[in-house]
Design a protein around this ligand. Structure first.
Ligand code: UDX
Ligand code: UDX
Length: 463
């Protein structure tokens, strides 16, 4: 079968960019992205492409090309479901904050709601594509809900995990390392798989499109992220050892990465990994392993998270220790709040945890980030539930001008590797700070010796 109408439920960081690229590369397929959030949809439809709700380099051009032609953003969920022959589910699956599996299992509430909505509205056969990261065997639950509605509509469920990284989403979508499609190994399942293969084959070479059974596909997504996160935790574990032995973690990473069997990627020491996927996917993996009674497997992967938490705490503790064991009443300026450069996404960003710890130490934290809004920063802190919203408002200030953020500060913490930080007038910054002036570079972004020449006392992670 040939797909003519696609609907995507969830206009977030994954759904928005993915559908924009699918529409761009398939001008003959109508793609409608729907979301419950009216403000988000309005932003996707904004005439000014600078106001798209997701910031990704190059996304404005892709949306600009297809929007109104065969790419639509809408809040009319039922109508879009009804019209579609293929429905992507790309809603969020946060870690459960209540009940069984709290802090570990994925909350599938939104997925189930989507399945029920699809079941209620559909009048013709549909292919359902899981785009959200899900614990293994979720497709079974979705299928069960869909098949038990009794209105005779037939569904095929596919798993098509996303591997795009934020900040490079458009690039990753346009030239993916691979596209993974899992489905049932029955004649109908294989036909559904082929329909989705055809959508991607408009621009992705066939050899890069992998098809598997459903469970392999679901598990591959979790474990690809677990492997990547494990590398970051491994190098971060070495960063602490480097600091006490006098080795330099960048040099060590370079030497390790030159071994082609290991390779250079994901070996950059940092204040800790963040983002919507790494922690959530590993926790999912841990939960699945535990639920099968595989405790050693669960503990093994959980250690990746424990190391990551340790790295964030260690960074904050080192700031306090270096500043004579007190930061009470001191202005500490953060450069960056996003979980990495070139995105306005802050989920699980290390900056949130570092700020939380420093606020506990009664510091005045002032933040500058080129793309993150102040409301977002406050809601990130409030989400931790460490203290009241008022207390967070009092402890944290957001500045839109970096020089103003840094003026009169005792220390600067670099928490996101935004390129613009490298271009600042560091002499001018130094002149306007309290002395001794410290820089704590959690991303080993800045030129350490140049900063030292200006007069700063510089700490770089892993050095
Ligand atoms: C989400 C998941 O977090 C991730 O695991 C998965 O791999 C891809 O989808 P993301 O797109 O980054 O990632 O999430 P988010 O930006 O929060 O977007 C989800 C959207 O779904 C939100 O805009 C939300 O309003 C919408 N939504 C959620 C619905 O439209 N309906 C719902 O029932 C629930
Ligand atoms: C990740 C996966 O890479 C992607 O394939 C998946 O589909 C979604 O999750 P993303 O979360 O957007 O993508 O970002 P990624 O580039 O993987 O970085 C995750 C975190 O690790 C960031 O906080 C980043 O700063 C950190 N990181 C990455 C390091 O600290 N060091 C590194 O060497 C690489």
């Amino acid at each position: 079968m040939k797909v003519k109408n696609i609907c995507c439920i969830g206009a977030g960081y994954v759904g928005g960019p993915t559908m924009a690229v699918i529409a761009q590369k398939n001008p003959n397929i109508n793609v409608t992205v729907v979301d419950l959030n009216e403000k988000r949809i309005a932003a996707w439809n904004d005439d000014n492409l600078d106001n798209l709700p997701v910031y990704e380099p190059g996304l404005d051009a892709v949306v600009g090309e297809s929007r109104g032609r065969n790419l639509f953003f809408s809040t009319a969920v039922d109508a879009a479901i009804d019209a579609a022959d293929m429905i992507f589910i790309s809603v969020n699956t946060p870690t459960k904050t209540y009940g069984v599996g709290k802090g570990m299992a994925a909350d599938l509430k939104y997925i189930e709601l989507c399945a029920r909505q699809i079941a209620r509205v559909s009048k013709s056969d549909k292919i359902i594509v899981e785009k959200s990261t899900l614990p293994v065997r979720t497709a079974e639950a979705v299928k069960n809900i869909l098949d038990n509605t009794g209105n005779g509509v037939k569904y095929q469920i596919l798993s098509n995990p996303e591997f795009l990284a934020e900040g490079t989403a458009v690039e990753d979508l346009q030239a993916p390392d691979r596209v993974l499609i899992g489905g049932e190994q029955t004649p109908e399942g294989l036909e559904a798989i082929q329909a989705l293969v055809d959508v991607y084959a408009s621009w992705v070479p066939k050899a890069q499109i992998i098809t598997t059974n459903l469970w392999s596909s679901e598990l591959s997504k979790l474990t690809a992220n677990a492997f990547l996160a494990q590398r970051v935790s491994s190098i971060n574990a070495l960063s602490e050892l480097c600091e006490v032995t006098g080795a330099n973690v960048d040099e060590v990473a370079n030497a390790i990465g030159k071994d082609s069997r290991i390779g250079p990627k994901f070996l950059k020491a940092s204040v800790g990994f963040g983002g919507s996927c790494f922690q959530k996917d590993i926790l999912n993996l841990v939960y699945i392993a535990k639920s099968y009674g595989l405790d050693a497997v669960a503990d093994y992967w959980e250690q990746v998270i424990i190391m990551n938490d340790h790295q964030k705490h260690r960074f904050a503790a080192n700031m306090v220790r270096t500043m004579y064991n007190t930061v009470s009443g001191k202005k500490l300026a953060f450069l960056g709040w996003a979980f990495k450069k070139d995105t306005n996404d802050t989920r699980e960003s290390a900056a949130i945890y570092v700020a939380d710890k420093l606020i506990d130490e009664q510091a005045n934290v002032v933040v500058y980030d080129p793309k993150v809004t102040d409301q977002q920063m406050y809601s990130d802190l409030d989400y931790l539930q460490t203290r009241s919203s008022e207390a967070n408002q009092n402890a944290l200030t957001v500045e839109n001008d970096p020089y103003k953020a840094l003026e009169g500060a005792h220390a600067i913490a670099v928490l996101t590797e935004w390129d613009e930080f490298k271009t600042y007038d560091w002499q001018r910054i130094y002149d306007n700070m309290h002395k001794p002036a410290f820089v704590f570079d959690g991303r080993s972004l800045l030129d350490k010796s140049a900063l030292e020449q200006v007069g700063f006392q510089v700490y770089v992670i892993g050095q």
